[in-house]
Write a new protein. Structure first.
Length: 288
């Protein structure tokens, strides 16, 4: 199946780190994009943030001012979920919680047209389970971008048990048309990358808990000597500890409490304290 036409309307729900990035990617590919968030003003704020970021690229001579203006003009904050009725594709990027996502998908099923594809950017939750309570689970699939979405090439196209192959093929082709490197995967806990990445976070957190070294030294070692782009502590500060902890809990529970995926009490403390990382100004490091 071919990619969605670039004039097709895209809706992104959740204007946080991922939703804003996905909206930017779709708008850069030429789509009109509506961005919705239950937090008042969040969608408009995210669009202003995208404009500011693209402005820096214009200042650096890497982007035409006219192109920046065209991308920003394609982004619209939506006031109500009902405003997304005409979308060809809805990408959900809200909190990593199965019940909350299921509630949203039930609302979307009632609002969106029959041809609309319902995609989730979930990092770890079961697409099969997310879709199971819907009348038409076959039009649901995972469209999992990485952080930051405008920069990271990989996109996991996740098929649940009921996902229609035509839908996952269309998402694959669309992600490719958006300049990404998609990969097909089935809905296993954490899919591919978040499954493989769990031991990276978990062992780093265990080393910290056992007092082997401090965050900065461990990050520097992994980054500078180990060849990783980022160390585990700076990376989880970027991801958000609320999100990363929820993903670990989800994978741990999905594997019936397998010790390999056990969540870290150090990370739980950060979440309990509201120290989510960069987005809250403090995590393992201070960003004030
Ligand atoms: P975030 O906390 O930055 O943003 C989530 C946004 O969703 C917030 O603005 C919040 O107000 C909004 N929201 C919450 N419930 C809502 C609802 N019912 N309806 C509309 N808006 C709602 O989170 P994020 O980091 O952008 O993560 C979003 C999703 O993307 C999660 O499923 C997460 O697992 C996944 N993800 C995150 C990363 C990452 O590195 N942070 C990477 C890939 C995927």
């Amino acid at each position: 199946m071919s990619a969605l036409h670039k004039d097709a309307a895209i809706a992104v729900i959740g204007a946080g780190a991922m939703g804003a990035g996905i909206a930017q990617v779709a708008a850069q590919a030429g789509h009109p994009v509506a961005l919705y968030d239950t937090r008042e003003g969040a969608a408009a704020q995210a669009i202003a943030g995208i404009a500011k970021q693209l402005g820096k690229r214009v200042d650096a001579g890497k982007l035409d001012a006219a192109e920046r203006d065209a991308v920003v003009a394609r982004l619209t904050p939506a006031a109500r979920l009902e405003d997304l009725a005409g979308s060809a594709l809805v990408v959900e990027a809200i909190v990593e919680n199965l019940e909350v996502k299921r509630g949203l998908f039930a609302q979307l099923e009632a609002i969106c047209g029959d041809d609309c594809i319902l995609a989730s950017n979930t990092s770890s939750l079961s697409i099969t389970s997310l879709a199971a309570t819907l009348k038409r689970p076959e039009r649901v699939a995972g469209l999992h971008f990485f952080n930051p979405a405008p920069v990271m090439a990989l996109v996991e196209i996740v098929a649940g048990l009921a996902s229609d192959k035509a839908i996952t093929d269309c998402l694959y082709a669309t992600a490719k048309a958006w300049g990404k490197k998609p990969v097909h995967t089935k809905s296993t806990p954490g899919f591919i990358v978040n499954r493989v990445a769990r031991p990276f976070y978990a062992e780093s957190l265990r080393l910290l808990q056992e007092g082997a070294s401090d965050c900065a030294s461990l990050d520097a070692l992994l980054r500078d000597a180990g060849g990783f782009r980022m160390g585990a502590f700076e990376l989880t500060d970027l991801i958000g500890h609320d999100v990363n902890y929820a993903v670990t809990c989800s994978v741990f529970n999905a594997y019936y409490g397998d010790f390999r995926f056990q969540p870290s009490l150090i990370q739980k403390e950060l979440v309990d304290a509201g120290r989510f990382g960069r987005k809250s100004g403090r995590g393992f490091y201070d960003y004030a």
